[in-house]
Design a protein around this ligand. Structure first.
Ligand SMILES: [Fe+2]
Ligand SMILES: [Fe+2]
Length: 268
């Protein structure tokens, strides 16, 4: 499918509210944690960019993340057990939807002079937290725990990604560098984030017990995803910061206490 044709259905707001309410034990802390990430220094950094080329260190790492994500989604699909066969369309649609995003980003980088040749992208050394974030997804794909996957990748990471693109997409228009790569994620990641909740209840229709140990395991895993996402964004601009959250999604180590002021990345 062409990326200028959205593969994502319209989001049904009534359905979303019902899912949010049903899974408040997960959604409330997760939304609180992901919202905290949006107030961190990385987003100030983005808002203060004056030249699109300043975005290069971010785009290079994001390229790696974008190119790896569909591979991990494909791994999740490929390792699906017979018992989980009904999940196959969900995994494959997500993999398909993400498959060409890295190429859109590569073309955008070439168009705006962030790179001169695609070969430069193979020279990028990814940060520890870029690797950590990607490796978490690999771990989940190998583990084949559907609920862990859904709460961490869909409800957690996709929501964080949506927050990222909601800020970056309009910023790029401000810099005369707006692009479908950024725009498509504002819609797509919202869709991915919400639709994961639909498959949280087991196939026999039993809902989750929010008080159970299992619920706590799932919440901790989802919050781990938000922590690694936040750390990854900051590693892209030279800030070493791993945000941590309690079970209510409250940030326990504010950035000022950890790093002091952040430094600005220069144009290379
Ligand atoms: Fe994507
Ligand atoms: Fe996505």
């Amino acid at each position: 499918m062409q990326s200028n044709q959205s593969p994502y259905e319209t989001v049904d707001q009534a359905k979303i509210s019902a899912l949010r309410h049903q899974h408040a034990w997960l959604v409330d802390p997760l939304y609180k944690a992901s919202e905290a990430v949006t107030t961190m220094p990385f987003f100030n950094w983005v808002r203060n960019i004056e030249d699109v080329r300043e975005f290069k260190p971010v785009a290079e790492q994001l390229y790696y993340h974008s190119a790896t994500f569909p591979k991990v989604l494909g791994l999740m699909l490929g390792l699906t057990s017979l018992r989980e066969n009904p999940m196959m369309p969900f995994y494959s649609k997500h993999a398909f939807g993400e498959a060409d995003h890295h190429m859109l980003l590569r073309d955008w980088m070439l168009k705006h002079g962030l790179i001169e040749s695609p070969l430069e992208l193979s020279q990028v050394i990814t940060s520890v937290y870029t690797n950590s974030c990607v490796n978490l997804a690999y771990q989940l794909a190998v583990e084949q725990d559907r609920e862990k996957w859904l709460v961490t990748i869909n409800s957690g990471i996709e929501r964080c990604s949506n927050d990222f693109f909601k800020v970056v997409a309009p910023k790029m228009y401000e810099l005369d560098a707006g692009d479908i790569y950024f725009d498509i994620h504002v819609e797509a990641d919202e869709h991915h984030s919400i639709m994961g909740l639909e498959y949280l209840a087991s196939p026999d229709g039993l809902a989750f017990d929010p008080e159970s140990h299992r619920a706590k395991v799932l919440l901790r895993k989802a919050l781990e995803g938000v922590s690694l996402w936040g750390a990854m964004l900051h590693s892209w601009i030279g800030i070493n910061y791993l945000p941590l959250f309690d079970d209510k999604g409250q940030l326990t180590n504010p950035v000022d206490e950890v790093t002091g002021s952040h430094r600005r990345v220069k144009i290379h």
